[in-house]
Structures are given as C-alpha cells and as structure tokens.
Design a binder for this molecule. Structure first.
Ligand code: AMP
Ligand code: GLY
Length: 429
C-alpha cells in the first residue's frame, strides 16, 4: 500500500513509526512531517488544508490510503472533498466527515449530540452575543467553579474555569462581545464543573464497528504538580490504574456504544479515531469533550502498546472492515515525557542544535517540532520538540526508561516535567 499521512507532530511520527513496521507498507509519505518522520518515510511539503494539491498528489503517487492526523483538515471537510471528486471517491480515508468532525469543531453541537444520545456529560446551556443578559442570569444560578467554553476551535485555549461569579461574567462578556477567541467564541457553552480524575479514551470506528484502544492519561500543564499554563500536553501514561475493567465496561456501555450508535442513526459518516476526554466522577464516566483524532502526546504512549498490525487497523477503519481486525494490546506500560523549548507555551527561541543519544536507547524518540538547519543538524523548531516513550512491565520502569533517555538529550533551554506519572504511582501505593 502507498499511504499518505497528514500532519507534523509527535502523533504523526508515532503513526509513521507503526505504519512502516507493517509488511503491507510500500511507500509512506508524510505531509509535511518533521525531522523524525523524514528518517523513516518521505516528507512532502504540502499544506494539509490545500485539498486540491492533496488530491493531485494522491493521484500522482497512486495513494491507496489517506490518514489524517490533526483536526483542522477534518473540520474543514477533507473527507467530503475527496469523496466528492470522481478520481478520489473510492480511496479510503481515515478521518470523519465534516459533519462528524463537528463533534470537536463545535462544543454546542457535541453537547447536543450527547444529550440526544444519552451520553453522560456535564449539564450546560449555550449563549450567543445577543443573549448576554440571559447568560449573566444563568451564571447567577450556578454553583462555582463554573466552566466557559468557546464553541469553535480555539487552539486548545477556549476553555475557562472561573472561580468567582465576577470572573465568569467578565469572561462571558469578553468571549461573546469582545470576541476573545474571534469567531470561535461567537457562541459560548456554560457548563457545570466536574470533579474527579481525567482519562483519555480512544476509539477506532468505521461507522459500524469499533475497537477500544488502550486508554491514557495526559499531563496538560507546563509546571510540575500540574501548575501553570495549559499546553498541548507535557506527557502521558498508558495504561491508567484507575481505569479498571469495571470502569472501562461502563465507559463502553454508557459512552462508546451510544456515541457510535448515535453517529450511525443520525447518518453522520465517521470512519476514524474518536478521542473521548472523560472524567471519572466517583466511578461514573462523564464526557468532557470529544476530539475527532488521536491525542498528542497520548498517541506516543498508546501506539507502542498496540501489538497487532497498525496499518491493517487503519485500513479496516477506512474501508469499513474493522469487524475483521483482531486488535492486540500489550500488557506493557508506556510512559511519554515531552521535551519543549524553554518559554513554551509562551514565546521561545528556535534553531538550537539538539543532541540525541545513540540509537541504542531503551526508549522510542518521537519528533514533534524538529527540523534541520543549513548544516543538516537537528534543531528545535516548535514549542513541543520531542516525545520520549519508555516501556516496561510496570509504570515505574517505563518512567525510569523514559527519563533515562530524556537525560541524554539536550539543547539550549530545553525543558520537561520531572513528575509525569507520579500522581498515578502514588495511587498505586
Ligand atoms: P478542553 O479544551 O475541552 O480539552 O478542556 C480543557 C480542560 O479543561 C480539560 O482537559 C479539563 O481538564 C478541563 N475541563 C473542561 N471541561 C470541564 C468541566 N466541565 N469540569 C471540569 N473540568 C473541565
Ligand atoms: N493531549 C490532548 C490533545 O491531544 O488534545
């Protein structure tokens, strides 16, 4: 198979790493990719939302399978675009339709979908700019803290947890009237604050059948002890101890099945990954959000635990033959530590030379924001630069392996959190 993978993050390097392990991978192209994907596949410089150019590339290279990593092309309708063109309409694509991608692209849409389909979630109401006064009145009746969410995509920054009524009112006005997140906050979802422990659940579906992939927990904030600004993710671990069999059974019955059934019943085409962010509230799952893609850095911890052929899984999703796929999951633990540019998620300097350990390292080194300078040296080019995954028979060994490799990597102003997985290790005790 000739495969085109869209994206450039650690998630896509992990996808590429698994895909090239398959006997059925002939050529893998990654657009645009990063310095890591360049070592195992062919990077192609094309824009991931430039659909006509993508189509031409697919035809030129005889692509048999398209895999979409990030949400943006999905929300912009790449799947519908390729299906509407006679030359590409039969080529399987891993990723939901534009309508399916609204589960991530619009919080209001996803909340209404959950309500219609009986998926447990926080109670909420949605307000627009002309309903500011109603929004204030609603806020006055709610308990604190209270959660405000921009309806549209806001680069992971659109969720505000407000501790006081004044803060909530001011934020609501900023979002609706001052367009704090631009068009994305022209609607705001106000929702109940959920307490509990967060978990990321990953589902592969072809619209009819589904497979539940290993779950993970990610570490979102920049500082140790989960303090400071939100980031795209500073680390992840899989499996997660508090997601025991009984809890995962509830997740499957109360969340996964009604979601996949709801998509089918509502006629929403969905062949792709579904990432369900949920809270374990006293043993009951409640959905915080849907994402229509795999998580990053969760993918870098989840994929190393899949021991069956990952390309076959992707093919099963894209061709609607997932029922035939035998998913095998390794009982091993995986722990991922993300190394970032100093200053991230604020401003940071790029272009520092990265020194890596020799390839014999115990861990897998996934690249994210990396590139090459004019001398061909590896440099940091983004906020999140590398994701290091250690493995082992238990979490502490997996973490020790990851950190052993992290300690051999350096560049000017590199930063990472030293406490990934520690909260879970403490739960184990
Ligand atoms: P999101 O951008 O939707 O991923 O939300 C960012 C983070 O905000 C989530 O990962 C949660 O930690 C937190 N969050 C979102 N909604 C709620 C909620 N209803 N209750 C508590 N925390 C929430
Ligand atoms: N790690 C969270 C995300 O990918 O959205």
């Amino acid at each position: 198979m000739n495969i085109l993978l869209l994206g450039s993050g650690g998630r896509e390097h992990a996808f590429a790493w698994k895909i090239v392990q398959s006997v059925d991978c002939t050529n893998l192209y990654v657009a645009p990719g990063n310095a890591g994907t360049a070592t195992i596949a062919t990077n192609i410089s094309l824009g991931i939302t430039d659909f006509p150019v993508i189509k031409s590339f697919i035809l030129e290279k005889g692509i048999d399978l398209v895999v979409v990593g990030p949400e943006e092309p999905l929300v912009k309708g790449i799947v519908d675009f390729l299906q509407a063109q006679p030359e590409t309409s039969k080529i399987p694509v891993v990723g939901p339709s534009e309508m399916g991608a609204r589960l991530e692209g619009s919080k209001d849409f996803s909340k209404r979908f959950m309500l219609r389909n009986g998926v447990p979630t926080a109670s909420y109401e949605t307000f627009t700019a002309s309903e500011l006064e109603e929004g204030f009145a609603f806020l006055e009746k709610q308990n604190l803290p209270i959660v405000l969410k921009a309806d549209g995509l806001a680069a992971g920054k659109g969720v505000l947890i407000c501790l006081t009524l004044e803060e909530a009112k001011a934020s609501l006005k900023e979002m609706l009237i001052d367009q704090k997140f631009g068009e994305a906050s022209s609607k705001v979802v106000i929702e109940e604050f959920l307490t509990g422990i967060e978990l990321s659940v990953f589902v592969a579906t072809d619209g009819e059948n589904y497979k539940i992939l290993p779950e993970a927990k990610d570490y979102k904030r920049i500082g140790e002890g989960d303090t400071g600004l939100n980031t795209g993710g500073m680390g992840a671990v899989s499996p997660v101890v508090f997601a025991d069999e009984a809890f995962m059974k509830k997740v499957e019955e109360k969340v996964v099945k009604p979601t996949v059934d709801g998509l089918r019943k509502e006629g929403i085409p969905y062949k792709g990954f579904l990432f369900i962010g949920l809270m374990n509230s006293d043993g009951e799952p409640k959905v915080i959000e849907y994402n229509v893609r795999m998580g990053d850095p969760e993918t870098e911890a989840v994929l190393p635990r899949i021991s069956s052929d990952f390309l076959h899984l992707l093919h099963g999703i894209g061709t609607g033959t997932l029922a035939e796929y035998q998913l095998k999951i390794s009982p091993e633990y995986a722990a991922t530590v993300v190394m970032v540019s100093g200053g991230y998620p604020g401003s940071y300097e790029k272009g520092f030379k990265i020194s890596l350990p020799d390839p014999e390292s115990e861990s897998v080194i996934f690249h994210s924001g990396t590139g090459k300078n004019e001398q061909g040296q590896l440099i940091n080019q983004g906020g999140r630069v590398l994701a290091i995954t250690g493995r082992g028979p238990d979490l502490s060994t997996a973490l020790a392996n990851a950190y052993a490799t992290v300690n051999q990597i350096s560049w000017n102003k590199a930063y990472y959190r030293g406490d990934i997985g520690k909260d879970i290790l403490n739960l184990n005790k």
